[in-house]
Design a protein around this ligand. Structure first.
Ligand code: UDP
Length: 241
């Protein structure tokens, strides 16, 4: 259930398939790692083989970004639905709340994950959030101790990319946790500190346009999308001719 874009694996599971897999991974005591893949990360991985290995090491590389969907189309693949990091996090909360699984929020500035917790509990009153910690604590032993004492089934790590992915790979073997997800700036959005694009932008997959209007300096990151699609197209032409 994976497709490869310029060497980076992307899972073609939909939310519904991921929902089932996550619960079954927890029941089977399997450790899984979810990473969100967008064109920017795929391009970074072209220049950084360690990052490439790191991304391919994940259990589920979710297709976060319309660029990945377009790349799948170019290759004649099956990825037809975006699975964004924040919606995956909400899906985990929904599943945890339905199946009685616990969750821990780690990352963002002091107070942010705390506020995100309050808002998540408003949305999922039965959700068992067993801990929160900000992403600026330096004592790694302390962090691990707190997480292991709380024994969450699911750990959401919001330290930004690729810091959070490195952190997960370096620490997962020593943590009594089943599901790990790198969630980027999701706690900032869930806490209300940063606004998400309005629903219409989300529905049409053009959140990038909203972010460009509200944060014009992101153009530097977004300009990479056409370059990504060109590389994918060239790679296909090269491989098939
Ligand atoms: N962050 C953190 N610790 C750090 C550096 C960053 O907790 O040492 C947090 C930061 O507060 C923010 C998130 O990581 O909540 C990064 O968000 P961003 O949107 O930049 O991440 P992206 O999804 O773009 O990787």
């Amino acid at each position: 259930m994976k497709e490869k874009f310029l060497g980076v694996d992307v899972s073609s599971y939909t939310y519904n398939q991921l929902k089932k897999n996550i619960i079954s991974d927890i029941e089977q005591n399997k450790q899984s790692f979810i990473v969100a893949i967008n064109p920017e990360k795929i391009l970074q991985a072209q220049k950084n083989v360690i990052l490439l290995r790191l991304l391919n090491q994940a259990t589920y590389q979710i297709p976060d970004g319309v660029g990945v969907l377009l790349a799948s189309k170019i290759y004649g693949g099956n990825i037809s639905e975006r699975v964004t990091g924040i919606d995956m996090l909400l899906t985990l909360c929904e599943q945890a709340s339905t199946y009685g699984k616990s969750i821990f929020l780690y990352g963002a500035q002091p107070g942010v994950a705390e506020k995100a917790k309050e808002n998540l509990l408003r949305k999922y009153p039965n959700l068992n959030i067993v801990g929160v910690m900000d992403g600026y604590v330096d004592d790694h032993e302390y962090i691990k101790k707190q997480i292991n004492a709380a024994k969450p089934d699911i750990l959401c790590v919001g330290l930004g990319s690729p810091r959070q992915e490195n952190w997960i790979v370096d620490n997962m073997k020593n943590l009594d946790v089943r599901i790990f997800q790198g969630v980027g700036g999701s706690f900032d959005v869930l806490s209300g500190r940063v606004k998400r694009a309005p629903a219409t932008f989300q529905r049409f997959g053009i959140e990038w346009l909203y972010r460009l209007i509200t944060e014009p300096w992101r153009i530097k990151r977004q300009i990479k999308l056409p370059m990504f699609l060109y590389k994918v197209w060239k790679n296909k032409k090269y491989n098939y001719s």
